[in-house]
Design a protein around this ligand. Structure first.
Ligand SMILES: Cc1ncc(C[n+]2csc(CCOP(=O)(O)OP(=O)(O)O)c2C)c(N)n1
Length: 438
């Protein structure tokens, strides 16, 4: 029997030796590659977070502590470690496991997920509830660098950093959203990624100097100045977090000690972890965008099974045809260029194509600004994610009667990804917007 099959509880995972943990990670990767080749699923994101998930479920007790996944598409290893391996035969199907965290499916899933960027705010809410109810458990949020492009993430970070609540935010930085990440935060993270690991410096310092308490205290003040001198200005520190990192997200031993340390610091800590999306499956490492969310594929070659023409494909082609004839047309995506069929538009008219990141509200507000100044913006957004723009549809677009177009993809029942991705509310909420032609 494999190590993975024997894991039923947090205690089982804690009992494993370092060598067994490494073996466990290899088993999980092999399982994911094989199993998802039949069912499809979020392959690349899950391959990239195997060690990170093992470390989280080891350092925290997922049944007692609260691990909040952002988006949640990277939760497969966590599901495997919390007794749900059998459900993977029917992943995202009736009778199988959901592709996203679901408290109704297991008490080890702290919260529902599917829409990006809310994890820090949710984790803060849990930490505040813990404090008010005088309870005793840990809270941790896992957020990707892609999800960090969403404004909601900053609202959470800004409040959490100032709150003094004990919580750890792990930033899983693979430099990718579905495709290459965009925006100023992506640039900032890439600068932080290449600098020497400040964490190692601190660990060594604590190991030696920390044994002599008075010396430790005397040096502590100086150390804070040293930190300021060797590190570039760090927005996370400024927001009130203690920044740790960058840490190699595929070194299970290093990860466990970094996360244990972060947990035990008893202040808001942000742990910056570097991973490779698609890790361990060459095709997915090479094309993490193509293997982000896949249908069934040939596990040996990575070849994806063909699917027919989609709504998005037709939409993208038609928009391109219109844009050839009208230079005012500009296309906007919120981190879903491929999913909404806009990639051909981007190749043909790169100067008229804009990726706002996972920022549907910002995308809709930008569309309003473009429309006000004479462009015809077309924002292609999945129905369920356009819910994030409801205020902008009313406040920024409708009240001025602006001609902005919203290409609502994945409208109506969507299936595989479950209720967080169903577009069942669009006809109802869009038809309430004054002046909107649906
Ligand atoms: C509000 C919202 N918009 C768009 C998406 C679609 N989406 C799912 S995962 C993803 C990329 C996430 O990137 P990151 O957080 O870095 O995770 P990674 O897949 O790289 O591990 C996007 C855009 C979403 N889930 N929620």
């Amino acid at each position: 029997m494999s190590i993975l099959e024997n894991i039923r509880s947090h205690e089982d995972l804690c009992a494993l030796s370092e060598g067994q943990l490494v073996e466990l990670c290899a088993e999980i990767r092999a399982f994911l590659i094989e199993s998802l080749s039949h069912t499809g699923g979020h392959l690349a994101s899950n391959l990239g977070t195997v060690e990170l998930s093992v470390a989280m479920d080891r350092v925290y007790d997922p049944w007692r502590d609260r691990i909040v996944f952002d988006v949640g598409h990277q939760c497969y290893t966590h599901k495997l470690l919390t007794g749900r391996m059998a459900g993977f035969a029917k992943l995202r199907r009736t009778g199988g496991v959901s592709g996203f965290p679901k408290p109704g499916e297991s008490a080890a899933d702290a919260f529902i997920a599917g829409h990006a960027s809310n994890s820090v705010a949710v984790a803060l809410g849990m930490a505040r509830a813990r404090t008010l109810r005088r309870e005793n458990y840990e809270v941790c949020a896992l957020i990707g660098d892609g999800a960090l492009t969403g404004g909601l993430a900053y609202e959470g970070l800004s409040n959490a950093g100032q709150s003094g609540e004990l919580l750890v935010v792990i930033v899983n930085d693979n430099a990718m959203s579905i495709r290459r990440n965009v925006g100023g935060m992506a640039r900032l993270l890439s600068r932080m990624r290449v600098r020497p690991a400040y964490f190692d410096f601190k660990r060594r310092y604590r190991g030696t100097v920390g044994r002599v308490k008075p010396l430790y205290n005397a040096i502590h003040a100086v150390k804070e100045q040293v930190k300021g001198a060797i590190l570039p200005a760090n927005v996370f520190d400024d927001l009130g977090f203690y920044y740790l990192g960058p840490v190699d997200g595929h070194d299970i031993k290093g990860l466990i000690s970094a996360l244990t340390w972060a947990r035990d610091m008893r202040i808001p800590v942000l742990l910056h972890v570097i991973t490779r999306k698609g890790r361990g499956y060459p095709m997915a490492e090479l094309h993490p965008d193509k293997y982000h969310g896949v249908g069934p594929y040939d596990a040996a070659t990575g070849e994806l099974c063909r699917s027919g023409e989609s709504f998005s494909g037709v939409f993208g082609r038609e928009l391109l045809r219109l844009a050839e004839a009208d230079g005012r047309i500009a296309a906007i995506t919120a981190a879903m260029a491929d999913g909404t069929g806009l990639s051909p538009f981007e190749s043909r008219f790169p100067e008229r194509f804009f990726d706002a990141g996972i920022a549907e509200g910002g995308a809709a507000a930008m569309a309003a600004g473009m429309a006000k100044q004479g462009l015809i913006p077309v924002a292609a957004i999945y129905s369920t994610f356009l819910q994030r723009s409801y205020d902008q549809l009313i406040h920024d677009v409708s009240l001025l009667g602006l001609h902005a177009v919203f290409g609502v993809d994945r409208a109506g029942l969507v299936g595989e990804d479950g209720e967080t991705h169903d577009g069942v509310f669009d006809a109802a909420y869009i038809s309430t917007v004054p002046g909107m032609t649906l």
